[in-house]
Design a protein around this ligand. Structure first.
Ligand code: ADP
Ligand code: MG
Length: 309
């Protein structure tokens, strides 16, 4: 689930607003469960981690700030709690009984991932240029001016390799639980030479992490829920074409032709391609409130293996 499942564009981010959105999201998810699907959920955390970074910046002289992996863990707990409770309430409202559980999730990345040499993901508060130059010198942060709004920190976005908690997530799913995990793409960790895990200051793309999660739990479908009903060619151009059903080969071709923006639709289509190449039968990209209709084949963009063309 994309950011809009929890916070809509333009909202301030109060707990009431988030809970209201999450209740709507929970209703869609429970309808999917009622249809007989077993569901494993993952979701974004961009605005929430941004707010924690902002709080830390404001209170820096009073409370020592936490590194990014710790902030990510905070959002997994905070949002997991709200989603878990809303799902519990909605399930019992519809007379369904099943456990809902949030798993704090670490995702392995390669310490030598080239992304670490080229930070690309903007996070946290906006700074003046003078302040940004000081932070770059003091903390070694990479920073960049962000579309006239001020300077922002850039962190690496390494490729997710494996979900550390995968086997327990699988067991929970097999036991009939609805599992929420890998939020915000998971907490990025690297393996040190002695085998120990260590958190790193990076952000994993949540769509790519969702694909790894789907693979690790043996899901046959991956549903990528965002704020557009269908994926388009020539997006927002006069000759825009909405896609109903495409094969992996077509998806790759369109990706190469530059139809899907990096940082928004790009990673979703890439996740779809990887999922199908890893053996999934179907990936659907659609809007959150169209999930049920899309599963029934009435809307959304369905990416299928070439032999299903
Ligand atoms: P999420 O929080 O769900 O990851 P994103 O904003 O990252 O949301 O990605 C969804 C956005 O991708 C849509 O709102 C749309 O503006 C954008 N987008 C870019 N290219 C396309 C495309 N070819 N077809 C549809 N949407 C696209
Ligand atoms: Mg996105």
């Amino acid at each position: 689930m994309g950011g809009n499942a929890i916070l809509q564009r333009g909202q301030r981010g109060t707990t009431e607003e988030q809970l209201e959105n999450i209740r709507g999201t929970a209703a869609s998810i429970v309808t999917i469960i009622e249809l007989g699907y077993r569901v494993v959920l993952t979701h974004g955390n961009g605005p929430q981690v941004g707010n924690i970074l902002l709080q830390q910046e404001e209170a820096r002289t009073i409370v020592p700030p936490s590194p990014l992996d710790v902030c990510g863990a905070q959002t997994q707990g905070q949002l997991g709690y709200l989603i878990q409770q809303s799902l519990d309430n909605e399930l019992s409202h519809r007379g369904l009984r099943m456990p809902v559980v949030t798993v704090l999730t670490q995702v392995l990345v390669e310490a030598h991932d080239p992304a670490f040499r080229n930070p690309t993901k903007p996070i946290g508060p906006f700074y003046t240029e003078a302040k940004a130059r000081r932070l770059m010198a003091q903390k070694g942060w990479a920073m960049r001016e962000d579309s006239g709004r001020g300077w922002r920190r850039l962190v690496p976005s390494p490729k997710p390799l494996a979900i550390w908690e995968a086997s327990i997530i699988r067991k929970l799913v097999e036991a009939g639980a609805v599992v929420i995990s890998t939020a915000g793409g998971g907490i990025p960790v690297v393996r040190q030479a002695d085998g120990r895990l260590q958190g790193v200051e990076a952000v994993i793309d949540k769509d790519l992490a969702a694909q790894i999660l789907a693979h690790e739990v043996g899901a046959d479908s991956l549903l990528i829920l965002t704020d557009v009903q269908q994926v388009s060619l020539n997006y927002r151009l006069p000759d825009e074409v909405k896609l109903g059903r495409i094969t992996v080969s077509q998806a790759k071709q369109y990706q190469k032709e530059g139809h899907f923006k990096a940082g928004s639709m790009g990673p979703k289509v890439e996740a779809a391609v990887r999922a199908l190449e890893a053996g999934a039968r179907c990936v659907i990209i659609t809007a959150l409130d169209q999930a049920v209709d899309a599963l029934a084949g009435h809307t959304g963009t369905r990416v299928v293996p070439d032999d299903d063309a």
